[in-house]
Each structure stands twice: as structure tokens, then as C-alpha cells.
Design a protein around this ligand. Structure first.
Ligand code: FEO
Ligand code: CA
Ligand code: CA
Ligand code: CA
Length: 616
């Protein structure tokens, strides 16, 4: 029989009210536990987390990083109670990280080596074994899988930029490696059991006080200061110079091997990690483009067909991309002996495309190759000397072929039943000219667009699934008929579970919604919203009760990152940058009035009190 095109699950909870407390809120009959907050030791090299901010750089290198974001659960032996949680750490709250905030001298320069090192170590990715013990999950300290990837970890480069002059540095003269991963926001995973971490707002970590290259200009490297001013820590030894001055990419020597001009060229990629094999290095997959990657999601898999990955560039007026592998999917690769070699097979050779959304509901994926025709009738090859040059300045190449400027592409998720792809466009308050796919000017509430691939790799059709809005928005604003119990703004995190439930998370909902509720997570089963002819519907006043609020975060946070165990009985969501939380291991316990806690990003594990499946 043909596989079903519609999910069979129904949401089994009532939409919950908005919440504005220092606690998470879940539906009746559910519980929420705090797991692996920032600073949790992964091994004995880290001391216990201290509430006064005095943990060291060495502690931080061996403990959960800060500001949890995208994540995935990798079961061990197919268990739903024992596995590896892999978590991104996007950026830092310096006042929470340090005992007394960052130290700067009178010139605004960094002066304390251990502080800066702690900041670099607070970034990146954690792999941590977690296990259920009775009703509570716990971190398995010292497990052999536990490891940290930080802003300094050595990583391999693969794809078109590997071994090119663009990647030659003092550290890697042959251009084969780079150091660190930064601003890891959204994530993905692969059909062969690896984790993908996405480098988002990395340009801010570097500074070029001289002339910018074209890609540095296009991607927005700073001319004046780097985000945390790591580059300003003046060296005491050659090693320290190399450790920190590398974030200043202003050319100073005669060649790339003498200075740090190419250091930022090692950033802006999708990075593959094999959580099951701690002996492997992370690999930066340059074929998937270089920009501010938010997420990375594979399309519906078919044996004998290429593997597709979607990734959005989260910045105002930026683009949506897809990568299509040259290799065709072999189901035997679902459980390979060597996962990184499998990544080499599917993620190094292929075609990168950028999306053009037409007003008639059709769309075109435009390849970014030397032969691609530009809007002025030339070829990309006249503007770029190689595929590596195209990748280095991916958005510059996309400009030339006429891609559609979007309202900040964040996460993408693919419906396991229909194969439809959904993309959050979080907001864009600077848009003063609409296009069909981004139809609201001054779009403070964001929307979720959807597309279906056509017969040809270059064609698709699209519609807008839902518009964020306050319930009392006017007709042009509240186009989806949202009501009190599902009003939302700034959709960001997005995921499908394999039952066909789509989970929508929000980040910094606009004031009109935030005066009613903190950031939240909603659920809907899109494949079941069909008309009499079986055509998929969008959210409207007629069916809006099918979009339900499931979870609300504590004051000050965003809700981001999604994972669920194979039995659907344990769901993981991250609380990033909370204000005054967590107070205890019970994520739903309100921090008492008058009590201030050092805020800690954390994973929240949601379970049903009767032990049943989440959401149904
Ligand atoms: Fe880090 Fe695009 O959110
Ligand atoms: Ca974030
Ligand atoms: Ca995000
Ligand atoms: Ca965001």
C-alpha cells in the first residue's frame, strides 16, 4: 500500500492561557523538569557550577555552555530513556557568566585571559549523555561520549573551500582546518545519525579595521569592534597572541600565513558532528553555503533520489537556500559504520540553490554555480573565479541571480507525511515594500511560509501557512484569525515530530503579544487540515482552534530547540536567556517574589504525568 499522506494523530490537550511569570507553563496533566543548565559539569575536570559566577575557563570547557538553542536527542540502543543530547550554545550573558561582568581597561580593551577564554568556551556545542532514573532525567557525568565543541575547537573543512587559498591561515597553512564554531543557533541532524550545528551571527565576532573584502562587506563584518572584543586582549606570549588576536582579521603581514586575514573565512557554515563517536572531529560542510545559517533540515527522503537540505539566512532581506546532493540516497546509509564518511558522500558534492518566490504561487530554485545566469544577463562565472569564491560570498552570488528578499528566514521543518517544507520568517520591522511571499510591510509579527517541491529540482509551489498576530490585530494584521489562546509573534524554532505534529517556538514576540504572554511553543498537525478534495489548507478563522498553545517560557526568555524521544513520551525544549529562572529542578516552580537567581539557560524535559505520549 502507498504510504499515508496524512497524520493519524490528533492534538489531545487544550490550548493553554498566556503566562508571564518566572516559571514555565504546561497543560494540565504535564510536568516540566530542568535538565543540564549552563555550567553543569560533563566530567570531573569541571568543578560544580557556582552561583557567584566564579567558575573558571577550564570549568567552562568541561561543562554545559551558555544560552542553549537548537538540539537533538540521539538514542543509545534505540532507548527512549538513555541517549545523547546534543545542544547548541548561541551566545553569552556576560553579567551572568562572570562574577562581576567583563573586565575592560580604560580603552575598552579586554585584560583578563581566563575571562576571555571562559567566554570562548561558553560558546559552541555540548554532547552529553542523559538517562532517565525513575521519573527524572539526569546527566551521566564522565560518560565517554560527553564532550564540548567551543569557539576554539579544531575542526576540519570539507567541500569547495577546503584546501583553497581562502582558508590558508597561520594556524592551517594548507587551508584544511579552522578553529571553533560560534553563535550556534538553529540545528539539524542527518538521516545517517549525525548532528548539524549552524553558525549564525558569526560575523560580529571578527573585526577588520582596514579595507574589507567583498564578502566581508556583504556579510557585515565590523569595521570597529568585535562583539566581545576578544581580539583586544593583548598577548603576553606567542600562543596567547594566536589564541585571541586571530579575531582581528585586519591584514597586517605580507601574507595570509603571517596574519589572520582569513580567520573569518573558516566561519559561516553548517558543521557536522558525530555524537556517537567521540574520536571524530567536527567537519565544516562548505558546500551548503556561507552565511548566517539558522537551521539545516533534510527534505523528504526517497531511496535512489538526491538528499536535500534547507537552510535559511537569518537577517533582514536575506534568502532561503537548499542544497541537493549529487549522490542518491541509499537506505543502507541510515546506520553506517562511518558517519563522517557518509557525510562526505552526501554533503560535499552537490548543487546549492537560492529561492525566488513568484507572485503567482510558483517558485524557482536558482542554482549558484559558475554557469548560472545573472539578472543582467551575464554568468556568475564572470563575477566569481570559482565555486569556492561563490560559496565564500554566498549572499553576494544570490543577489546577482535575483533571489527573493525575505523577512528573516529562521528554522525550516519538513512534514513527514506530505513532504511540504515550512519556514519561519520571524519578523522584519524595516520592510517598507512588500513582495508576495513577504506581504506585510513593517512585519513585526512574522509568518510561516510553506512550499512543495515540483517535478524538477528547480521548481516549487508555495503559500503562507499562518501569519503571527495579536488576537485584536486588524484584518490586514490578523490574516489567520488567531485568537486569545494562540496569538503569537516572531516564530523562530520549528520542528516536526514523526507523528506529523509541527511545533512552533517564538523568540521576542512583539509588544502587542508580549503584554499578554511570554515566548511560547504551539502545536498543529498541518497534514490533517485539508479540504474536501484533499488539498492542504492554511490557518484561518475556520480552523484556527487546531493551532494550540502547549508551553510558555519564563519571563525574559526565548523558547528554542526541540527534541523528542522515539516513544514520544519525553520532549525537550530549551529556555534561552531567562530573566530570573530556574529556581529549582521543577521548571514550573515560580521564582519567589523578592528572590534573584543567577539566570541559567537550560533544557526543559516535558513529560505527561500518566506516562503517555506528549501532545496527543
Ligand atoms: Fe539566533 Fe535567528 O535566531
Ligand atoms: Ca536565540
Ligand atoms: Ca533562532
Ligand atoms: Ca530569533
Amino acid at each position: 500500500p502507498a504510504p499515508p499522506t496524512q497524520a493519524s494523530v490528533k492534538l489531545g490537550f487544550d490550548s493553554i492561557a498566556g503566562s508571564m511569570t518566572d516559571a514555565v507553563a504546561v497543560p494540565q496533566g504535564y510536568s516540566a523538569q530542568v535538565l543540564a543548565p549552563w555550567g553543569t559539569p560533563l566530567n570531573d575536570k569541571a568543578r560544580e557550577w557556582k552561583s557567584d559566577g566564579t567558575n573558571t575557563a577550564e570549568d567552562q570547557a568541561n561543562a554545559m555552555g551558555m544560552h542553549h538553542d537548537g538540539m537533538h536527542f540521539f538514542p543509545l540502543n534505540d532507548s527512549s530513556e538513555d541517549g545523547l543530547l546534543v545542544v547548541n550554545h548561541e551566545y553569552l550573558d556576560l553579567d551572568a557568566l562572570h562574577a562581576n561582568g567583563p573586565t575592560l581597561d580604560a580603552d575598552g580593551k579586554r585584560t583578563v585571559v581566563d575571562e576571555v577564554r571562559k567566554e570562548i568556551n561558553g560558546h559552541g556545542v555540548s554532547v552529553v549523555r542523559i538517562r532517565k532514573n525513575g521519573s527524572q532525567w539526569e546527566v551521566v557525568k564522565n560518560d565517554r561520549h560527553n564532550r564540548r565543541f567551543t569557539g576554539a575547537t579544531i575542526m576540519d573543512i570539507a567541500g569547495p573551500l577546503a584546501y583553497t587559498s581562502y582558508l590558508e591561515t597561520r594556524f592551517s597553512p594548507d587551508g584544511s582546518q579552522a578553529r571553533g564554531t560560534l553563535n550556534n543557533c538553529g540545528n539539524g541532524y542527518t538521516p545517517w545519525g549525525t548532528y548539524l550545528t549552524c553558525e549564525e551571527n558569526w560575523p560580529g565576532y571578527f573585526v577588520n579595521r582596514g579595507d574589507h573584502t567583498e564578502d566581508q562587506d556583504r556579510l557585515g563584518l565590523s569595521h570597529s569592534n568585535s562583539r566581545y572584543r576578544w581580539d583586544t586582549l593583548e598577548g603576553h606570549t606567542e600562543e596567547l597572541v594566536d589564541e585571541f588576536t586571530r579575531f582581528n582579521v585586519t591584514p597586517s603581514g605580507n601574507s595570509a600565513q603571517q596574519d589572520y586575514r582569513n580567520e573569518a573565512n573558516g566561519h559561516g557554515y553548517i558543521v557536522e558532528i558525530d555524537p556517537y563517536n567521540p574520536a571524530t572531529r567536527a567537519v565544516k560542510r562548505t558546500a551548503l553555503g556561507r552565511f548566517r545559517h539558522e537551521g539545516c533540515t533534510f527534505g523528504k527522503l526517497e531511496a535512489g533520489k538526491p538528499v536535500t537540505f534547507y537552510s535559511g539566512h537569518d537577517s533582514r532581506f536575506e534568502y532561503m537556500y537548499k542544497f541537493v546532493s549529487d549522490a542518491n540516497w541509499d537506505p543502507a546509509d541510515a546506520n553506517p559504520a562511518n558517519r563522517i564518511a557518509t557525510g562526505d558522500k552526501y554533503m560535499n558534492e552537490g548543487t546549492l540553490y537560492v529561492a525566488k518566490f513568484n507572485a503567482d504561487g510558483t517558485g524557482n530554485w536558482i542554482p549558484l554555480t559558475l554557469d548560472s545566469v545573472t539578472t543582467d544577463g551575464r554568468r556568475l562565472g564572470e563575477k566569481f573565479v570559482s565555486q569556492a569564491a561563490i560559496i565564500l560570498n554566498t549572499p553576494g552570488a544570490a543577489d546577482a541571480v535575483g533571489a527573493t528578499e525575505m523577512d528573516r528566514p529562521e528554522w525550516c521543518a519538513v512534514d513527514p507525511f506530505t513532504g511540504s517544507a515550512y519556514l519561519t520568517l520571524t519578523n522584519n520591522t524595516r520592510r517598507d515594500e512588500a513582495n508576495a511571499a513577504n506581504p506585510r510591510i513593517d512585519n513585526s509579527f512574522g509568518h510561516i511560509i510553506r512550499w512543495d517541491e515540483g517535478e524538477d529540482a528547480t521548481d516549487f509551489s508555495w503559500d503562507i501557512f499562518v501569519f503571527g498576530s495579536p488576537e485584536d490585530g486588524d484584518a490586514d494584521t490578523n490574516r489567520s484569525g488567531l485568537a486569545e489562546l494562540n496569538q503569537f509573534a516572531s516564530p523562530d524554532g520549528l520542528a516536526f515530530d514523526k507523528r506529523g505534529i509541527m511545533w512552533v517556538q517564538t523568540d521576542n514576540g512583539a509588544d502587542e503579544v508580549e503584554e499578554y504572554t511570554n515566548d511560547q511553543m504551539l502545536a498543529v498537525v498541518p497534514s490533517t487540515l485539508v479540504d474536501g478534495d484533499g488539498n492542504q489548507q492554511v490557518i484561518s478563522a475556520d480552523n484556527q482552534t487546531q493551532l494550540r498553545r502547549f508551553f510558555v517560557g519564563p519571563n525574559g526568555c526565548e523558547v528554542t530547540g526541540f527534541a523528542i524521544t522515539p516513544d514520544y513520551k519525553n520532549m525537550f525544549a530549551n529556555i534561552q536567556h531567562p530573566g530570573n529562572w530556574p529556581y529549582s529542578a521543577n521548571a514550573a516552580e515560580v521564582t519567589p517574589a523578592g528572590t534573584s537567581v543567577r539566570p541559567r539557560a537550560a533544557t526543559v524535559v516535558i513529560t505527561k504525568n500518566d506516562g503517555g505520549e506528549i501532545g496527543v
